[in-house]
Design a binder for this molecule. Structure first.
Ligand SMILES: *[C@@H]1O[C@H](CO)[C@@H](O)[C@H](O)[C@H]1NC(C)=O
Ligand SMILES: *[C@@H]1O[C@H](CO)[C@@H](O)[C@H](O)[C@H]1NC(C)=O
Ligand SMILES: *[C@@H]1O[C@H](CO)[C@@H](O)[C@H](O)[C@H]1NC(C)=O
Ligand SMILES: *[C@@H]1O[C@H](CO)[C@@H](O)[C@H](O)[C@H]1NC(C)=O
Length: 405
């Protein structure tokens, strides 16, 4: 709990003060789209610009060119010092640039798919987003800090993707730039990532908290909360504490400290929006898949045609065992077939977990496929992570969230 308090204190660090707006909405909302390339999830800001949702990104990154104004952030400003402090751990430290106009703040972005780092000018500018408030359906916020990177950074991203919305648990992240003293929103955001059963199915992103109206129900009542854990070596990553994994209510047998950080602060259980399938270190994967195979021994297996290893004949009535992650604060995140099995073709449905090898950075990375069609709330102010079960269980989907007036 102490670590968590530290994280919270960190988020109250000072910024250059900017005048706040009047008649502020309580929350902001936008539509999330699943893009089949990579795959990645994006949402819309500034009316028509798509931003990749990166929960491990420390700042907003924008693809920009010379026609966009680039005001200088001084190197000795609080924002520049914070940008250096929360440099992505995968990248070298950023060097600021001295020019005739003074020292110009630089920052570095990490592109998680090709795993490349790119430094450029850290600047500020105006952004707008929608609200569900009929009196101010759209709000503009002035002078948000962002990193301006010209093409070819994000070169492989689909057309229309303008940048990367960093939503890590750190001060310059997009969600935190909308909180006091700048704007009045609470220190949280929520995501519902659509699954591709229906290509028109859209998801939702909310900044500032609920209500999250799923048709006529406030979906906050569906959330279970577990604490967020901090790792000083990877401050841009959200970690949760996992105690056990069960298959059909049976705990798989692993050493007690399997999911903990090791003495180097590697290991642990991270959440990632740049990892498609939940990835398990090979010792965990082996015991987990053995338990899964035993529990599904009466279902005909077929050989795999994709990187997913364990596949079954697709049938309409698939009885697969439930998979439970037993998390801190006695909360259980359950995956049913929609989030544990991937239908690859009419003939093949595969277990949607992958082997991360012997020495991955994390013991477990909870990936996008397991998050789809689930409401997740990152309540960074209270250092807790809320999750629902699959919305399919209540005959609903992310597309049922109200994201426009
Ligand atoms: C430069 O970027 C702006 C805003 O991102 C865009 O509207 C404009 O078309 C771009 N210009 C060129 C020449 O790419
Ligand atoms: C942001 O908006 C303010 C007020 O409308 C304007 O003065 C300023 O030039 C804008 N900044 C940029 C970088 O466009
Ligand atoms: C089947 O899965 C295994 C383990 O993930 C992988 O090594 C192998 O290449 C896969 N087969 C095909 C045809 O993709
Ligand atoms: C599930 O929702 C759909 C509309 O989204 C509706 O047509 C259908 O009847 C519902 N099924 C059940 C079992 O409630």
């Amino acid at each position: 709990m102490k670590k968590c308090i530290l994280l919270c204190l960190l988020l109250f660090s000072a910024y250059t003060c900017v005048s706040t707006q009047q008649n502020q909405p309580k929350n902001l909302v936008s539509t999330v789209t699943k893009n089949p390339i990579l795959p990645l999830f994006t949402f819309t800001i500034n009316n028509n610009e798509e931003y990749f949702i990166s929960i491990s990104g420390p700042y907003i990154v924008r693809n920009c060119n010379n026609s966009l104004p680039r005001p200088i952030v001084p190197c000795d400003s609080a924002a520049c010092v914070l940008a250096g402090t929360f440099n992505p751990h995968q990248c070298p430290l950023t060097q600021n640039i001295i020019t005739q106009r003074g020292c110009v703040c630089q920052a570095t972005a990490f592109e998680p798919f090709k795993r490349i780092c790119n430094s450029n000018q850290f600047t500020f500018g105006n952004f707008s987003m929608s609200t569900l408030n009929p009196k101010s359906p759209s709000v503009t916020f002035n002078n948000l800090n962002y990193l301006c990177i010209p093409q070819p950074f994000l070169a492989d991203f689909p057309p229309g993707v303008f940048g990367l919305m960093g939503l890590s648990p750190t001060p310059l992240a997009g969600w935190n730039q909308l909180t006091p003293p700048r704007l009045g929103l609470e220190k949280k955001f929520a995501l519902c990532l659509p699954s591709d059963e229906n290509p028109r199915n859209k998801g939702a992103i909310y900044f500032g908290g609920g209500p999250y109206m799923l048709r006529n129900v406030d979906a906050r009542s569906m959330l279970s909360y577990t604490r967020l854990i901090r790792n000083p070596r990877k401050r841009n990553t959200y970690f949760v504490r996992l105690y056990d994994i069960s298959v059909n209510n049976k705990k798989i047998l692993l050493a007690r400290n399997t999911f903990d950080f090791d003495s180097n602060r590697d290991g642990g259980v991270a959440l990632s929006t740049a990892t498609f399938y939940t990835t398990l270190r090979s010792d965990i994967y082996k015991v987990f898949t053995e338990a899964f195979l035993e529990a599904t021994s009466d279902i005909p297996r077929v050989s795999n045609t994709t990187s997913l290893e364990f596949c079954y004949k697709s049938t309409t009535n698939f009885q697969v065992p439930r998979i439970d992650l037993s998390l801190a604060d006695e909360k259980i995140w359950t995956f049913f077939a929609a989030n544990s099995m991937r239908k690859v073709s009419d003939a093949e449905t595969c277990l949607a977990f992958v082997n991360g090898g012997n020495a991955p950075e994390q013991a477990v990375v909870i990936g996008l496929y397991q998050m789809e069609n689930t409401l997740m709330e990152f309540d960074v102010g209270r250092c807790v992570f809320g999750f629902s079960s699959s919305l399919g269980l209540v005959n609903s989907s992310c597309g049922d969230f109200q994201t426009r007036l």
